[in-house]
Write a protein that binds this ligand. Structure first.
Ligand code: FES
Ligand code: FES
Length: 200
């Protein structure tokens, strides 16, 4: 019994460590915040736009060709959103725009001015993880973590949309998010668990 408790403790410690080192920023609350309305950088020939991310407004300088993904990662330093394929195929870059899933590598930052954008850094409530983040840890729903923030953002929307009637339905509505580590069974279990808690 004592050995089993020690093993469980070690397993959870490894998971938490993985959460920090391998894309697991997806599972952790934000610790450093950019100041609201801060002009982060001046870029020659760029337009000044305002992005509303995780409830805060940020004035940024971006060229019109800059994707929302690059604006989040390079300008606002919100690196929880990952760049996988950079061409709309993997879902690693998924964020919520006005509550809807968007692949941020496929949309331009200038097109999203004023919209409510939520990234994985905006999910936790202080030190309390979002239920989807908790469920991903509980069900070991990640390995390398490369896809995890995108999976979590997609899962949040999937539950909210109510596309969780069966494992098959969850698989279908999460199919835009690829996991090279093939954690699909665990991801579906995590989503189903949250949906159950949400009364579905
Ligand atoms: Fe956007 Fe792959 S990085 S879909
Ligand atoms: Fe490695 Fe999904 S956990 S790609």
């Amino acid at each position: 019994m004592a050995e089993s408790t020690a093993t469980e403790h070690t397993r959870r410690t490894v998971l938490k460590t993985a959460a920090v080192t391998a894309g697991g920023a997806a599972l952790l609350p934000r610790t450093a915040e950019a100041a609201p309305e801060q002009v982060v950088e001046h870029v020659e020939g760029a337009a000044r736009i305002t992005l509303k991310v995780n409830g805060e407004r940020h004035a940024v300088q971006v060229e019109p060709r800059v994707t929302l993904l690059d604006a989040l990662r390079e300008r606002l330093k919100l690196t929880g959103t990952k760049k996988g394929c950079d061409r709309g195929e993997c879902g690693a870059c998924t964020v919520l725009v006005e509550g809807e899933r968007v692949k941020s590598c496929l949309t331009l930052a200038v097109m999203r001015q004023g919209a409510e954008i939520t990234t994985v850094e905006g999910l936790a409530d202080g030190d309390r993880l979002h239920p989807v983040q908790e469920a991903f840890i509980k069900h070991d729903a990640f390995q390398c973590g490369g896809c995890t923030s995108g999976q979590i953002m997609s899962a949040v929307a999937c539950v909210r949309e109510g596309h969780t009637g069966s494992d098959e339905e969850i698989r279908q509505w999460m199919s835009g998010n690829i996991c090279r580590c093939a954690c699909y069974q665990n991801i579906v279990a995590a989503v189903a668990d949250v949906a159950k808690g949400a009364g579905r």
